[in-house]
Design a protein around this ligand. Structure first.
Ligand SMILES: *Cc1c(COP(=O)(O)O)cnc(C)c1O
Length: 391
């Protein structure tokens, strides 16, 4: 028997829950994307979007999933044969590395254990050994969504600067933007990669590149073949609020409202809200006597929590029971974590009670799936939320 009354709990770390305000904005009739009204609308929207990236630099919006923005960042700044450093933080880092290889880029994939963020010391060592300055870009995932681990982009920038290395810094913020603090400009990032369906609370279908002056200069020399992803015609058309091809008009209506929601809550408050969800979830995991994927306390993600089930138990079996019995979707283990890990998404359009509901579903699911655990995770999370509630 399945129970489908009430809301479906979509607790995967993207696509995330969409606010009614955003859905209603998307529902508006489509307008002429070459008309004056649309041009005015997008010019304002592009300015507003910059605030979310915390930058004054241009933002390019493609009608694509996040993978498109990965490709766009690479083909606009690099040439086939260029060397880059990438870091094996988890499944998404591996996918980006594979994509770069297909484009003819010579990636050096620095091995990782999927339980730690990027080591800026290792990066610095590698850059200092690059005497001929052959490395053209350092490519990082800010929030590795397969594990729930955040890398410190400020430290990575410092490591590049202290070696006086000219490499570009490319950062994937697909699952962090709008949920945890990220500063394109202050942190000296050259290309920020993002998309719509995670912290921005939109359906899938928009992807972003925020571009530094240095990245723009690199794009004039980069020889990778590109057409759909080419920044140049985008930037040219964007001046008047237009696009070289049909943009995802209705998703842009949604983006406008989503930005308003984030900015009226205030980015700082948004980040604090997510920090409380992250900590409450980790306390629940600890009370259950289970282990998070992240091993380094300073690198825990506030967007999602990756949780190991005890050995000889199947994380996907628990997920299945929770979906069928409680109508909640949790994230599956990706790549080599398949079956060992499930992921609780706590991002976007989300509040304290939704978190308690989600954790309640997990705790009940453990009981039904005979997962060895201690009770009391939910009440630990409730206590934490109470102790940090502001009136
Ligand atoms: C979701 C995700 C992607 C892939 O985005 P798609 O929209 O599925 O193409 C890439 N990187 C990270 C960190 C992600 O979380």
């Amino acid at each position: 028997m399945t129970y489908n009354d009430g809301f479906h709990f979509l607790q995967i770390p993207g696509p995330s829950n969409i606010p009614g305000e955003v859905l209603r904005a998307i529902e508006k009739p489509t307008i002429d994307h070459r008309g004056t009204d649309f041009g005015m609308f997008t010019r304002e929207l592009l300015e507003k979007t910059k605030k979310i990236f915390q930058t004054d630099s241009p933002i390019i919006i493609f009608p694509a999933s996040g993978t498109g923005a990965w490709e766009a960042a690479l083909v606009n700044t690099l040439s086939p044969g260029d060397k880059t450093l990438m870091f094996e933080t988890g499944h998404f880092a591996s996918l980006w590395n594979d994509l770069a290889i297909k484009l003819g880029i010579k990636t050096e994939f620095i091995e990782g254990d999927w339980r730690h963020g990027i080591s800026s010391d290792k990066l610095q060592e590698r850059l200092s050994a690059d005497r001929k300055k052959e490395i053209k870009a350092v490519c990082c995932i800010h929030n590795e969504t397969s594990t729930g681990i955040v890398s410190n982009i400020e430290d990575i920038r410092k490591a590049i600067d202290s070696e006086n290395h000219p490499a570009l810094l490319l950062v994937d913020t697909i699952s962090s933007l709008g949920s945890i603090d990220y500063r394109h400009q202050d942190w000296g990032v050259d290309v920020t990669i993002a998309c719509s369906q995670k912290g921005l609370m939109l359906p899938p279908g928009l992807s972003f590149n925020a571009i530094s002056e240095k990245a723009l200069l690199a794009s004039k020399k980069a020889k990778s073949a590109r057409s759909y992803w080419d920044w140049e015609p985008m930037l040219k058309n964007n001046i008047e609020g237009f696009f070289p091809y049909t943009p995802a008009t209705n998703l842009l209506f949604g983006l406008d409202v989503a930005c308003d929601m984030l900015l009226s809550e205030g980015l700082d408050s948004v980040f604090i809200r997510h920090a409380r969800f992250g900590e409450a979830t980790r306390q629940a995991v600890q009370a259950w006597g289970l282990e998070t994927v992240c091993m380094e306390p300073s690198q825990h993600s506030n967007v999602l929590t990756g949780v190991f089930v005890p050995e000889n138990h199947d994380a996907d079996h628990v997920r299945k029971i929770i979906l069928e019995r409680f109508n909640m979707s949790l994230g599956t283990g990706l790549g080599k974590l398949k079956g060992k890990v499930f992921r609780i998404g706590h991002l976007g359009h989300f509040n304290d009670l939704m978190l308690i509901g989600s954790l309640g579903g997990v705790e009940m699911g453990f009981e039904l799936a005979d997962i060895p655990h201690q009770k009391g995770g939910v009440s630990r999370a409730m206590n934490y939320l109470i102790s940090t509630a502001t009136q």
